[in-house]
Design a protein around this ligand. Structure first.
Ligand SMILES: [Zn+2]
Length: 267
């Protein structure tokens, strides 16, 4: 009982923090796919501006089938510094194929590859991501083992409600946001934070967390564990991003972190 009380205290404090620091409600609705109710006191053009800011990309051109992209962060993000490098191709990784096979057992084996290619035609398999400045290096592959894959959407029209996820059973990350936007980079680093933790967990602990995430109603202790896992992933992302981004961007990254946390709190 005492530990349940402590869990409740933790959840209450975290929820208050999240409520205070999350993006304004109109954005929360946007991210959760709800209906927009904008009253007269709100300037709708602000919404478009902020969304444009989050989606702004380093690369304005379409990504080739394969290649290496190296870009200056401050080209698109004023106040940022360092270089962004991503190495990619158009292969569909076997990890993802295996997961989809088990998710769609009724789809015939011969039909599956074409279905997957169609579904992921605007995605690329990202083999490496490097953020590098004179102060700090974030190397995706330093944290994410070689047997994990990453697939990322590469067009500018991604839907805001689609967010990145890491699958610890089949070892892959999918980013429905382009990873060269502020939104995409923040989500990617958050997911890498999850992977870092998965590496330290036993298969039983990982299975427990996956089950928990699928539940409609969690116990207090499960909810605390989930919120803590999300906070750890946020802390990982922010601890790397601040080396490359200016104060305005960091404010937004923090708000994005708390906005997502608030979503988990409400589960
Ligand atoms: Zn998360």
């Amino acid at each position: 009982m005492i530990s349940e009380d402590l869990d409740r205290v933790y959840l209450d404090r975290t929820r208050q923090l999240a409520e205070k620091n999350a993006l304004p409600e109109v954005f929360q609705t946007l991210f959760s796919g709800g209906m927009q109710v904008i009253d007269g006191s709100f300037d709708p053009s602000l919404l478009g501006k902020k969304v444009g800011y989050l989606r702004k990309r380093l690369s304005t051109d379409a990504w080739a089938d394969q290649g290496t992209l190296t870009l200056d962060l401050d080209k698109a993000f004023p106040g940022a510094h360092g270089m962004f490098t991503a190495e990619y191709d158009s292969e569909i990784d076997e990890n993802l194929v295996q997961c989809l096979k088990s998710a769609y057992p009724n789809v015939e084996a011969e039909a599956l590859p074409a279905m997957i290619r169609q579904e992921f035609k605007d995605y690329r398999r990202i083999k490496s991501v490097l953020l590098k400045s004179e102060r700090h290096t974030f190397d995706f592959r330093e944290h994410v083992p070689a047997d994990w894959s990453l697939h990322a959407y590469t067009r500018g029209d991604a839907r805001l409600i689609e967010t990145a996820f890491a699958n610890p059973q089949f070892h892959f990350i999918v980013s429905p946001q382009p990873i060269d936007s502020r939104l995409g980079l923040h989500q990617l680093l958050h997911e890498v934070g999850h992977v870092v933790r998965y590496k330290e967990q036993t298969p039983e602990e990982i299975a427990r967390e996956s089950d928990m995430r699928g539940k409609d109603k969690m116990t207090v202790s499960e909810k605390k564990d989930l919120v803590r896992s999300e906070r750890d992933a946020n802390a990982f992302a922010l601890s790397h991003l601040w080396h490359f981004f200016g104060p305005e961007d960091m404010d937004i990254f923090r708000q994005l972190s708390y906005t997502a946390l608030l979503g988990y709190q409400r589960k």
